[in-house]
Ligand binder design. Sequence first.
Ligand code: PEP
Length: 251
Amino acid sequence: MRTALVAGNWKMNGDSAFISELIKELKVSTKSSDAEVLVCPPFVYLSEVKQALSGSAIKLGAQNVSQNNNGAFTGEISLPMLNDLDCEYVILGHSERRSLYAETDELVAEKFIATEKAGLKPILCVGETLEERESDQTLEVVGRQLKTVINAAGIEKFVNAVVAYEPVWAIGTGKTATPEQAQDVHAAIRAMVAEYDADTAAKLRVLYGGSVNAGNAAELFANEDVDGGLVGGASLKANDFTAICQAAGAQ
Ligand code: PEP
């Protein structure tokens, strides 16, 4: 039995007043959800959100991290710093990091290894562009992104990891994958992991991300291999994010 996880990726949004209000609402509204609930604020608000979450079951995560622990890396944030703030999860290889900041599969693998070693749980994002889907390359791309990390880290390092399938064409576009499209890729991801270790594959949570909202969450999460969601835009709206968490918890 896999516990559903709903992760809110706030990206570069919000300010102190907005975040304080959002957390105040989510602490109450998500209390009854059976899903594990996670918020990933911008780095500068992690400390504030940690304090605001006090007494709540909502977990704290980061949107990215450096593969280096310290040193002359201007503008970077390290895993020991995230550990100081009790961050439990780190989103890695988000398509915006891959496309806007040139993160390669190999760099994502380095970050994955460092994250696992530091005791945090990686949320490894994989997904194809529209062009790749239309030329029937979805599983090839997702397989390459996933297997580069498994081959570098070792499948045993996936015990606490989460994979997020995020078709790039669905992120922030309002175009969601159909439940069938999501299930097909999620099942394929699980099968790829099972090639390395069946038990890890059975226990691995595979989240769907890409324009999840209050209206489509239930039918996406109803699929056998969809274990929750990575949510961008809708995670900034307390009512919508709460509805998504309730939908995940009800599966
Ligand atoms: C994301 O940022 O990972 C994401 C899925 O965004 P959105 O829900 O806005 O499509």
